[in-house]
Structures are given as structure tokens and as C-alpha cells.
Write a protein that binds this ligand. Sequence first.
Ligand code: MN
Length: 231
Amino acid sequence: MAKNGFVFEAPEPVSIPVVDSSERFPVRRVYCVGRNYVAHVREMGGSEDRDPPIFFQKPVDSVVQDGAVVAYPTMTNDYHHEMEMFVALKSGGYNIPSAEALDHVYGYGVGFDMTRRDIQGSGRPWEIAKSFDQSCPVGPISTVESVGHISSGNIKLTVNGKATQESDLNLMIWTVPEIIANLSNFFELKAGDIILTGTPHGVGPVKTGDVLVGTIDKLAPLTIHVGSNAA
Ligand code: MN
């Protein structure tokens, strides 16, 4: 049966709650930055040069809300956490100068770039390693109005109460304005885009039953539970 002019019911728009607001942030696209902290580049066996940022996308419907149970994905035996800060944009454009980049930021939040690590190392494109179902848990957005711009501060992930990743946002290789400027050379950024800004060192495997809690100074925390196998 056709629904509102569609041949079947259209999927619900994906959105993220905003701290201290009844309104939600509608998500247009999810971008991610790879290899953006030196100690993580080192643990992955990469070079420590300041290479151009690596970008990839996750599907918008891979977004998972705070507090959710995330199924253990198919086709991996090495499902990893990557704890990251994300930036949420209220506007965009092409070729944004880094000096103007922060004018486009609506707010910041805690995100996880969940990864099939055993597939990522295959030398093939990262799509099935990074962009699978439920691969992008995100916490509520704190607005620039309420917390200002975030460029330093503790970033930490605990698994079952034990810290696995801990660093400082000021150790990013590419800063938030530089990321926005660089990404806007390749894509027209728009309101509703979020950008995960890379993970610090300490990535590692998780298993069914684990509880992941990500915290960043000044921002709302993100908790997820790893559930049983997706299929
Ligand atoms: Mn990542």
C-alpha cells in the first residue's frame, strides 16, 4: 500500500537529541576522519608524517542512539571500538577557509566509529570494515551556545568500567577547523552533516555483553551495550 506518495512507508528521518532542548538535530550525512592522533597512527603501524586527512562516510541509518543495544556484527571476529568527538554542522559550503570553519559548527558530541578490524586490514576499500549497520553510535549534541568550541580536554572510553582509551583532544593531528576546510574541498558540506574527528590510541576488541561508555569534558556521555549476534 502506498504511503504518503511513496510506494512503501519511507524510513524515519535520522536525528540526534540536543542537550537541554526538545528539538532534535536532523542528520544529512556522516563523515569520519581516519588516523588523526599520532599515538593511534603508531599503534596501527602507520607513518607519523602529517599526511592529508583520510575521509570516509558511514550511512546515515548506521547512526545508533545513546543507550542502545548494538548487535555484534556479522562477518568479523575482531569488532573494535573507536572513541571519537563528532562535530555537527548548521551550515556548510565548498572550499570553506579554516578561519571561517567554526562559524558552521552547531555543536559537539561523543561518537563511536565501530570497526570490523579484521576486514579493515585487507587492503581493500574500508566500506565493509567501517560502514556497516549500527556502526555509528552517537550521544546527544551540546551546542556551541552552551559549551563553546571544543579543541582540548579529556577524551576517554571505558569498557565494563575499565579505561581502554584516554587522551586529550589537543593531540589531534588535524584540528576541527582544518578538517572542515579540507573536507569541504571534496564535498559540499551542508547543515545536518556530522564529522567524527578520529580516535586516540587504545582501540581494542569488544564482545557480547560489554558496556561502552565514552566521555569528553563538557559533553554529554555516550553509552552502548554490545548485544548478541546480528545474524
Ligand atoms: Mn575512527
